[in-house]
Design a protein around this ligand. Sequence first.
Ligand code: ASP
Length: 334
Amino acid sequence: MRIHVTYAGGTIGMVDSPDGLRPGADLASWLDAQLDGIELSGQVSLSQLSPLVDSSETTPIHWQIIIDDVRSHVDSADAFIVLHGTDTMAYSSAALSYALADFEKPIVFTGSQYPLGVVGTDASANVTGALRAAGSPQVRGVTLFFGHTLLAGNRATKTSSWAFAGFDSPSTLPVARTGAPWQWYHGIEAGEGWAKPAPYTRHDVAVIDIVPGLSAERLRAMLTPAPEAVIIRAYGVGNIPASDPGIVDVLAGLRAQDIPLIVASQCYQSEVVLGHYEAGSALARLGAISAHDMTLEALYSKTIFLLSQEIRGDQFAQWMNRSIAGEVNLPTIA
Ligand code: ASP
Protein backbone atom coordinates (compact mmCIF):
# COMPACT_ATOMS: atom_id res chain seq x y z
CA MET A 1 0.00 0.00 0.00
CA ARG A 2 1.64 3.24 -1.15
CA ILE A 3 0.21 6.43 0.35
CA HIS A 4 0.81 9.98 -0.80
CA VAL A 5 0.38 12.77 1.75
CA THR A 6 -0.39 16.32 0.66
CA TYR A 7 0.43 18.66 3.52
CA ALA A 8 -1.63 21.84 3.05
CA GLY A 9 -1.02 23.44 6.47
CA GLY A 10 -3.04 23.88 9.65
CA THR A 11 -2.37 23.65 13.38
CA ILE A 12 -0.90 20.16 13.05
CA GLY A 13 2.41 21.55 11.75
CA MET A 14 2.43 24.86 13.60
CA VAL A 15 4.78 26.24 16.26
CA ASP A 16 4.39 29.11 18.71
CA SER A 17 5.53 32.59 17.69
CA PRO A 18 5.12 36.02 19.32
CA ASP A 19 2.18 36.59 16.96
CA GLY A 20 0.52 33.25 17.66
CA LEU A 21 0.69 29.83 16.02
CA ARG A 22 2.24 29.71 12.55
CA PRO A 23 3.61 26.93 10.27
CA GLY A 24 7.14 25.85 11.17
CA ALA A 25 7.28 22.29 12.60
CA ASP A 26 9.42 19.65 10.88
CA LEU A 27 6.45 17.61 9.74
CA ALA A 28 8.47 15.35 7.41
CA SER A 29 10.71 14.08 10.25
CA TRP A 30 7.74 13.71 12.58
CA LEU A 31 5.88 11.68 9.95
CA ASP A 32 8.94 9.43 9.47
CA ALA A 33 8.98 8.81 13.23
CA GLN A 34 5.27 7.88 13.16
CA LEU A 35 5.96 5.36 10.41
CA ASP A 36 9.10 3.88 11.93
CA GLY A 37 8.62 0.17 12.55
CA ILE A 38 5.11 -0.12 11.12
CA GLU A 39 4.20 -1.85 7.87
CA LEU A 40 3.81 1.45 5.99
CA SER A 41 7.42 2.43 6.61
CA GLY A 42 9.00 3.45 3.28
CA GLN A 43 5.62 3.45 1.54
CA VAL A 44 4.59 7.04 2.21
CA SER A 45 5.52 10.05 0.07
CA LEU A 46 4.97 13.69 1.06
CA SER A 47 4.51 16.96 -0.75
CA GLN A 48 3.54 20.29 0.74
CA LEU A 49 1.90 23.51 -0.32
CA SER A 50 4.20 26.47 -0.57
CA PRO A 51 3.46 28.49 1.42
CA LEU A 52 1.63 26.33 3.95
CA VAL A 53 -1.68 27.90 4.89
CA ASP A 54 -3.73 28.42 7.99
CA SER A 55 -6.90 27.00 6.48
CA SER A 56 -8.82 30.16 7.31
CA GLU A 57 -6.86 31.65 4.35
CA THR A 58 -8.03 28.93 1.95
CA THR A 59 -9.68 29.88 -1.34
CA PRO A 60 -10.94 27.68 -4.19
CA ILE A 61 -7.49 28.16 -5.75
CA HIS A 62 -6.00 26.15 -2.86
CA TRP A 63 -8.62 23.44 -3.44
CA GLN A 64 -7.35 23.21 -7.00
CA ILE A 65 -3.68 23.08 -5.94
CA ILE A 66 -4.49 20.11 -3.66
CA ILE A 67 -6.46 18.42 -6.46
CA ASP A 68 -3.57 18.91 -8.89
CA ASP A 69 -1.11 17.44 -6.37
CA VAL A 70 -3.33 14.38 -5.85
CA ARG A 71 -3.79 13.86 -9.59
CA SER A 72 -0.08 14.23 -10.26
CA HIS A 73 0.63 11.30 -7.88
CA VAL A 74 -2.10 8.99 -9.18
CA ASP A 75 0.37 6.47 -10.59
CA SER A 76 2.71 6.40 -7.61
CA ALA A 77 0.15 5.96 -4.79
CA ASP A 78 -2.78 3.67 -3.95
CA ALA A 79 -4.37 6.08 -1.48
CA PHE A 80 -4.05 9.72 -0.42
CA ILE A 81 -4.04 11.76 2.78
CA VAL A 82 -4.50 15.52 2.94
CA LEU A 83 -3.17 17.21 6.10
CA HIS A 84 -5.25 20.35 6.48
CA GLY A 85 -6.27 22.95 9.05
CA THR A 86 -9.52 22.19 10.79
CA ASP A 87 -11.21 25.56 10.20
CA THR A 88 -12.12 24.93 6.56
CA MET A 89 -11.29 21.24 6.26
CA ALA A 90 -14.92 20.30 5.62
CA TYR A 91 -15.16 22.84 2.76
CA SER A 92 -12.02 21.42 1.15
CA SER A 93 -13.03 17.78 1.61
CA ALA A 94 -16.41 18.52 0.00
CA ALA A 95 -14.71 20.44 -2.81
CA LEU A 96 -12.40 17.51 -3.58
CA SER A 97 -15.33 15.07 -3.50
CA TYR A 98 -16.92 16.84 -6.51
CA ALA A 99 -13.79 17.46 -8.54
CA LEU A 100 -12.48 13.94 -7.89
CA ALA A 101 -15.84 12.13 -8.03
CA ASP A 102 -14.46 9.88 -10.76
CA PHE A 103 -11.08 9.35 -9.06
CA GLU A 104 -10.67 5.67 -8.24
CA LYS A 105 -8.46 5.95 -5.16
CA PRO A 106 -9.42 6.96 -1.59
CA ILE A 107 -8.52 10.38 -0.19
CA VAL A 108 -8.63 10.96 3.59
CA PHE A 109 -8.45 14.43 5.16
CA THR A 110 -7.13 14.97 8.66
CA GLY A 111 -5.46 17.57 10.89
CA SER A 112 -5.38 18.25 14.62
CA GLN A 113 -6.46 20.59 17.37
CA TYR A 114 -2.99 20.68 18.99
CA PRO A 115 0.28 21.04 17.06
CA LEU A 116 2.32 17.84 16.66
CA GLY A 117 4.97 19.07 19.14
CA VAL A 118 2.63 19.56 22.11
CA VAL A 119 2.43 16.96 24.91
CA GLY A 120 -0.96 15.25 24.61
CA THR A 121 -1.43 16.23 20.96
CA ASP A 122 -4.13 14.57 18.89
CA ALA A 123 -1.88 14.76 15.78
CA SER A 124 -0.54 11.24 16.13
CA ALA A 125 -3.92 9.57 16.64
CA ASN A 126 -5.43 11.48 13.73
CA VAL A 127 -2.62 10.83 11.25
CA THR A 128 -2.21 7.15 12.09
CA GLY A 129 -6.00 6.76 11.98
CA ALA A 130 -6.09 8.43 8.58
CA LEU A 131 -3.33 6.08 7.39
CA ARG A 132 -5.37 3.10 8.56
CA ALA A 133 -8.52 4.44 6.91
CA ALA A 134 -6.67 5.09 3.65
CA GLY A 135 -5.55 1.47 3.59
CA SER A 136 -8.96 -0.02 4.44
CA PRO A 137 -10.72 -1.82 1.59
CA GLN A 138 -14.13 -0.38 2.66
CA VAL A 139 -12.99 3.20 2.10
CA ARG A 140 -13.63 5.01 -1.16
CA GLY A 141 -14.10 8.60 -2.29
CA VAL A 142 -13.18 11.52 -0.05
CA THR A 143 -13.44 11.02 3.71
CA LEU A 144 -12.43 12.97 6.81
CA PHE A 145 -10.85 11.25 9.80
CA PHE A 146 -10.79 13.11 13.11
CA GLY A 147 -11.13 12.23 16.78
CA HIS A 148 -11.47 8.47 16.24
CA THR A 149 -14.24 8.92 13.67
CA LEU A 150 -14.27 8.54 9.89
CA LEU A 151 -16.88 10.68 8.11
CA ALA A 152 -17.92 11.18 4.49
CA GLY A 153 -15.94 14.22 3.33
CA ASN A 154 -18.98 16.00 1.93
CA ARG A 155 -21.21 15.30 4.97
CA ALA A 156 -18.86 16.59 7.66
CA THR A 157 -18.92 19.80 9.66
CA LYS A 158 -16.59 21.21 12.32
CA THR A 159 -18.47 21.05 15.60
CA SER A 160 -15.88 22.19 18.14
CA SER A 161 -13.01 24.66 18.15
CA TRP A 162 -11.25 22.67 20.90
CA ALA A 163 -12.61 19.12 21.39
CA PHE A 164 -10.58 16.23 19.99
CA ALA A 165 -13.87 14.91 18.57
CA GLY A 166 -14.05 18.07 16.48
CA PHE A 167 -16.21 16.94 13.55
CA ASP A 168 -19.53 15.24 12.99
CA SER A 169 -21.86 14.45 10.09
CA PRO A 170 -25.28 15.66 11.26
CA SER A 171 -27.39 14.04 8.57
CA THR A 172 -25.61 10.72 8.09
CA LEU A 173 -24.06 8.08 10.30
CA PRO A 174 -20.29 8.11 10.56
CA VAL A 175 -18.52 5.76 8.18
CA ALA A 176 -16.51 4.16 10.99
CA ARG A 177 -15.21 4.59 14.52
CA THR A 178 -11.84 3.38 15.73
CA GLY A 179 -11.40 0.47 18.09
CA ALA A 180 -9.98 -3.01 17.95
CA PRO A 181 -11.44 -3.76 15.48
CA TRP A 182 -12.82 -0.60 13.89
CA GLN A 183 -16.63 -0.45 13.78
CA TRP A 184 -18.01 0.23 10.28
CA TYR A 185 -21.48 1.80 10.14
CA HIS A 186 -22.27 3.38 6.85
CA GLY A 187 -21.09 2.81 3.32
CA ILE A 188 -19.97 5.98 1.54
CA GLU A 189 -22.71 7.02 -0.88
CA ALA A 190 -21.72 7.44 -4.50
CA GLY A 191 -23.28 10.09 -6.72
CA GLU A 192 -23.59 10.57 -10.45
CA GLY A 193 -19.96 11.65 -10.75
CA TRP A 194 -18.55 14.36 -13.00
CA ALA A 195 -16.38 13.63 -16.03
CA LYS A 196 -13.45 15.95 -16.71
CA PRO A 197 -14.29 18.83 -14.35
CA ALA A 198 -12.88 22.26 -15.14
CA PRO A 199 -10.53 23.65 -12.43
CA TYR A 200 -11.96 25.55 -9.48
CA THR A 201 -12.05 29.31 -9.88
CA ARG A 202 -13.16 31.98 -7.42
CA HIS A 203 -16.79 33.16 -7.53
CA ASP A 204 -18.82 35.77 -5.75
CA VAL A 205 -21.28 33.79 -3.62
CA ALA A 206 -23.11 35.47 -0.73
CA VAL A 207 -24.02 33.44 2.37
CA ILE A 208 -26.58 35.26 4.51
CA ASP A 209 -28.07 34.33 7.87
CA ILE A 210 -31.63 35.44 8.49
CA VAL A 211 -32.00 36.90 12.02
CA PRO A 212 -35.04 38.23 13.90
CA GLY A 213 -35.64 41.85 12.91
CA LEU A 214 -33.43 41.82 9.80
CA SER A 215 -34.52 44.80 7.71
CA ALA A 216 -35.04 44.83 3.96
CA GLU A 217 -32.54 47.70 3.73
CA ARG A 218 -29.82 45.69 5.46
CA LEU A 219 -30.56 42.63 3.30
CA ARG A 220 -30.47 44.76 0.14
CA ALA A 221 -27.16 46.32 1.22
CA MET A 222 -25.63 42.90 1.89
CA LEU A 223 -26.64 41.80 -1.61
CA THR A 224 -25.32 44.87 -3.45
CA PRO A 225 -23.67 44.51 -5.89
CA ALA A 226 -25.55 41.37 -6.85
CA PRO A 227 -23.49 38.20 -6.37
CA GLU A 228 -23.39 35.24 -8.77
CA ALA A 229 -25.41 33.09 -6.35
CA VAL A 230 -26.99 33.56 -2.92
CA ILE A 231 -27.23 31.04 -0.10
CA ILE A 232 -29.85 32.10 2.44
CA ARG A 233 -29.50 30.39 5.82
CA ALA A 234 -33.13 30.44 6.87
CA TYR A 235 -34.85 29.06 9.96
CA GLY A 236 -35.89 25.44 10.43
CA VAL A 237 -37.17 23.82 7.24
CA GLY A 238 -36.46 26.99 5.24
CA ASN A 239 -38.56 29.78 6.72
CA ILE A 240 -37.99 33.54 6.46
CA PRO A 241 -39.99 36.56 7.71
CA ALA A 242 -42.08 36.44 4.52
CA SER A 243 -44.76 38.81 5.79
CA ASP A 244 -42.18 41.63 5.38
CA PRO A 245 -42.80 42.57 1.74
CA GLY A 246 -39.47 44.40 1.59
CA ILE A 247 -37.50 41.21 2.31
CA VAL A 248 -39.40 39.25 -0.33
CA ASP A 249 -38.93 42.11 -2.82
CA VAL A 250 -35.15 42.05 -2.37
CA LEU A 251 -35.07 38.31 -3.06
CA ALA A 252 -37.51 38.66 -5.98
CA GLY A 253 -35.15 41.27 -7.45
CA LEU A 254 -32.34 38.73 -7.46
CA ARG A 255 -34.50 36.09 -9.09
CA ALA A 256 -35.52 38.60 -11.78
CA GLN A 257 -31.81 38.72 -12.69
CA ASP A 258 -31.74 34.89 -12.78
CA ILE A 259 -29.39 34.73 -9.78
CA PRO A 260 -29.69 31.33 -8.08
CA LEU A 261 -31.21 31.59 -4.59
CA ILE A 262 -30.44 28.52 -2.52
CA VAL A 263 -32.15 28.02 0.82
CA ALA A 264 -30.28 26.21 3.57
CA SER A 265 -31.17 25.92 7.25
CA GLN A 266 -29.45 27.29 10.33
CA CYS A 267 -30.31 24.05 12.11
CA TYR A 268 -27.37 21.79 12.78
CA GLN A 269 -29.44 18.91 11.44
CA SER A 270 -31.93 19.82 8.78
CA GLU A 271 -34.02 18.89 5.77
CA VAL A 272 -35.15 21.98 3.88
CA VAL A 273 -38.75 21.69 2.65
CA LEU A 274 -39.82 24.92 0.97
CA GLY A 275 -43.53 25.63 1.26
CA HIS A 276 -44.05 23.47 4.34
CA TYR A 277 -45.04 26.70 6.15
CA GLU A 278 -46.52 29.86 4.74
CA ALA A 279 -43.27 31.53 5.91
CA GLY A 280 -41.33 29.45 3.39
CA SER A 281 -43.78 29.35 0.52
CA ALA A 282 -42.76 32.82 -0.74
CA LEU A 283 -39.32 31.34 -1.38
CA ALA A 284 -40.84 28.41 -3.25
CA ARG A 285 -42.86 30.79 -5.43
CA LEU A 286 -39.68 32.72 -6.27
CA GLY A 287 -38.09 29.53 -7.61
CA ALA A 288 -35.64 29.22 -4.72
CA ILE A 289 -33.64 26.00 -4.61
CA SER A 290 -33.69 23.71 -1.58
CA ALA A 291 -30.38 22.67 -0.02
CA HIS A 292 -32.17 19.53 1.26
CA ASP A 293 -29.90 18.05 3.95
CA MET A 294 -26.57 19.41 2.69
CA THR A 295 -24.19 20.95 5.20
CA LEU A 296 -23.22 24.56 4.51
CA GLU A 297 -19.72 23.34 3.64
CA ALA A 298 -21.01 20.84 1.06
CA LEU A 299 -23.47 23.38 -0.34
CA TYR A 300 -21.02 26.27 -0.64
CA SER A 301 -18.33 24.09 -2.26
CA LYS A 302 -20.92 22.60 -4.63
CA THR A 303 -22.06 26.10 -5.61
CA ILE A 304 -18.46 27.10 -6.40
CA PHE A 305 -17.97 23.81 -8.25
CA LEU A 306 -21.05 24.32 -10.46
CA LEU A 307 -20.12 27.96 -11.18
CA SER A 308 -16.58 26.83 -12.08
CA GLN A 309 -18.14 24.39 -14.57
CA GLU A 310 -20.11 27.34 -16.03
CA ILE A 311 -23.38 25.73 -15.00
CA ARG A 312 -26.10 28.38 -14.75
CA GLY A 313 -29.90 28.80 -14.78
CA ASP A 314 -32.14 25.70 -14.83
CA GLN A 315 -29.17 23.38 -15.03
CA PHE A 316 -27.76 24.88 -11.83
CA ALA A 317 -31.05 24.20 -10.03
CA GLN A 318 -31.21 20.67 -11.41
CA TRP A 319 -27.71 19.85 -10.13
CA MET A 320 -28.63 21.06 -6.65
CA ASN A 321 -31.30 18.35 -6.80
CA ARG A 322 -28.86 15.69 -7.95
CA SER A 323 -26.00 14.08 -6.10
CA ILE A 324 -22.54 14.45 -7.64
CA ALA A 325 -20.67 12.54 -4.95
CA GLY A 326 -23.13 11.49 -2.23
CA GLU A 327 -23.35 15.00 -0.72
CA VAL A 328 -27.15 15.11 -0.55
CA ASN A 329 -29.92 12.76 0.44
CA LEU A 330 -32.90 13.59 -1.75
CA PRO A 331 -36.36 13.20 -0.21
CA THR A 332 -38.24 10.12 -1.30
CA ILE A 333 -41.66 11.64 -0.59
CA ALA A 334 -43.18 14.00 -3.16
N1 ASP B 1 -6.65 27.92 12.11
C1 ASP B 1 -6.22 26.54 11.99
C2 ASP B 1 -6.44 26.11 10.55
O1 ASP B 1 -7.56 25.87 10.18
C3 ASP B 1 -6.99 25.68 12.91
C4 ASP B 1 -6.62 24.21 12.89
O2 ASP B 1 -5.91 23.72 12.07
O3 ASP B 1 -7.13 23.51 13.79
O4 ASP B 1 -5.51 26.03 9.79
